[in-house]
Design a protein around this ligand. Structure first.
Ligand SMILES: [Zn+2]
Ligand SMILES: [Zn+2]
Ligand SMILES: [Zn+2]
Ligand SMILES: [Zn+2]
Ligand SMILES: [Zn+2]
Ligand SMILES: [Zn+2]
Length: 334
């Protein structure tokens, strides 16, 4: 083999090695990115502000995610959990072993997704709210509230259903049926994917989505934007027509989440404000707390629910935050 041929062969060999390196390294990075992306997708959106980003997920069964520290909530004007940075870093460092339980799951006091009131979900001591049986649904309901929604045409059936649910019969909440065509979701077909309201049990197929629930603000009619892609995994995030959009937030009022008072979950059901540091319990401290509480008072209809404490109106002056709408973190496309 002449010197020139040898050189060419060597060059080709180096070139192939380089290509091999590329083949090995690029897919690896790509796979890692895909895994990270899937993990982030699974976390959905923060239940407080409905935006994505770095979220902490509750392992207590409610399946909700939250922006943990104030810094994480800056872009979306989120109240966040107010978790100290140090505690968040500790949580991150624990990797898959890290556990977080929200105050609702900790004290077994959950809000009914229909009327918004807090009630005991403690099956051991007379629960007032019951969780939907759907595997990926974390919503709780008063039997009365969900039975009415599931049996809109028959009061008799609704009354019977209330008794069954209160007696422990499993139920699937209205979030799993299109409000328009009554069919189920199919995430594998784009048109059959769901658009899910973040504030009430209302869902539509993409193909059934009313035109009022638009992906863009209309200059003509002044209708605000109500739908967002790419925040939830194979779903559209919407606010249905029942909720008034606040122009400064780009979302409805953020007065929808209530945590039980950690110091006295039975007696006091204060509105969720920015939790104080003492609200964020260390894991050891959480384990010392009683895991159940006495059932709280009977559910009240939303209109006369005197337990519904005054909500907070806003979290920060608008001029401090320029992109408060859901999706403004842009974390999927970045
Ligand atoms: Zn948030
Ligand atoms: Zn929880
Ligand atoms: Zn209710
Ligand atoms: Zn459900
Ligand atoms: Zn439909
Ligand atoms: Zn709604």
């Amino acid at each position: 083999m002449c010197l020139q041929t040898l050189f060419v062969h060597k060059a080709l060999f180096c070139c192939s090695l380089y290509r091999l390196t590329l083949i090995v390294s690029v897919p690896y990075q790509y796979i890692v990115e895909l895994i990270n992306r899937a993990n982030r997708l699974d976390r959905g959106a923060c239940v407080l502000c409905d935006d994505g980003g770095d979220l902490i997920c509750c392992d207590g069964g409610c399946q909700r995610s939250f922006h943990p520290t104030e810094e994480h909530g800056e872009d979306s004007m989120c109240a966040t959990l107010g978790m100290p940075e140090e505690q968040w870093q500790k949580h991150v460092a624990q990797g898959d072993a890290a556990l977080y339980t929200c105050k609702n799951c900790q004290y077994k006091q959950h809000q009914c997704f229909a009327c918004g009131l807090l009630g005991s979900s403690d099956l051991a001591s007379g629960p007032e709210v019951f969780q939907c049986k759907h595997q990926k649904c974390g919503h709780f309901y008063h039997p009365n509230c969900v039975a009415k929604l599931l049996n809109p045409d028959s009061k008799t059936r609704a009354v019977l259903h209330v008794q069954h649910i209160a007696g422990g019969l499993e139920f699937e909440c209205p979030v799993h049926q299109c409000k328009s065509c009554k069919e189920a979701e199919n995430k594998d077909y784009k048109e059959m994917q769901f658009a899910v309201c973040r504030r009430c049990p209302t869902a539509y197929h993409r193909k059934c989505l009313p035109s009022d629930i638009s992906f863009e603000e209309s200059e003509e009619t002044g209708n605000p934007r109500r739908a967002w892609e790419k925040i939830l995994h194979k779903q559209i995030l919407i606010y249905c027509m029942k909720h008034e959009i606040q122009p400064d937030l780009g979302t409805p009022m953020r007065d929808h989440i209530f945590f039980p008072d950690g110091r006295n979950p039975v007696a006091s059901k204060r509105a969720r404000g920015t939790p104080q540091e003492h609200d964020i319990l260390e894991k050891d401290e959480q384990l010392d707390r009683p895991s159940s509480s006495k059932p709280s008072q009977s559910p009240q209809p939303a209109e006369i629910g005197h337990h519904r404490v005054k909500p907070i109106d806003s979290f920060a002056p608008k001029h401090l935050f320029l992109r408060p709408q859901p999706g403004s973190c842009g974390w999927l496309d970045e």
